[in-house]
Design a protein around this ligand. Structure first.
Ligand code: RB5
Length: 152
């Protein structure tokens, strides 16, 4: 699978570890950086280009990391066609893809250990969207919601 990955300084060591593990499994990894540990860098500079690459289909799935994963997930979801979620547990890593068509997995480099992160990544990559009618219906409602609606 062709996988995009991005992080700021908060997830740099985790990203390096995951890139090596993904390549060892035979995946093609497009690494959007950070390419060095630089405490002053900003996650949007890495996460936005990575998210665009997933949205336009150049990469099949994406992984976005920052210190908590919060900034990375907020940022990635600004890109149309992206369904990015901050994930901490095995169940959601799978169900997020099967039911909600999640295409970018977000994690916190300061909140998750490398072995748990690796389990989440493998689970995310192995899962497929079910395509079931009720999930398509829900996703269509999400897609139909204009971004500028503040009061329902
Ligand atoms: C950077 O210090 C930190 O704020 C960032 O990596 C991330 O956790 C933001 O959500």
């Amino acid at each position: 699978m062709k996988i995009a990955i991005a992080t700021d300084h908060g997830g740099f060591p985790l990203k390096e570890d995951l890139v090596a593990r993904l390549k060892k499994l035979g995946h093609e990894v497009v690494d959007f950086g950070a390419h060095e540990l630089s405490p002053g860098d900003d996650y949007p500079d890495f996460v936005l280009p990575m998210a665009r690459c997933v949205a336009d289909g150049t990469c099949e799935r994406g992984i976005a990391i920052c210190g908590s994963g919060v900034g990375a997930s907020i940022c990635a979801n600004r890109v149309g066609g992206v369904r990015a979620c901050l994930i901490h547990d095995h169940f959601s890593a799978r169900q997020g893809v099967e039911d909600d068509h999640m295409n970018i997995l977000c994690m916190g480099g300061r909140t998750v250990g490398v072995e748990v992160a690796w389990d989440l990544v493998r689970t995310f990559l192995e899962a497929c969207f079910s395509g079931e009618e009720r999930h398509l219906r829900r996703l269509a409602k999400v897609d139909a919601a204009p971004r500028n609606v503040t009061v329902l």
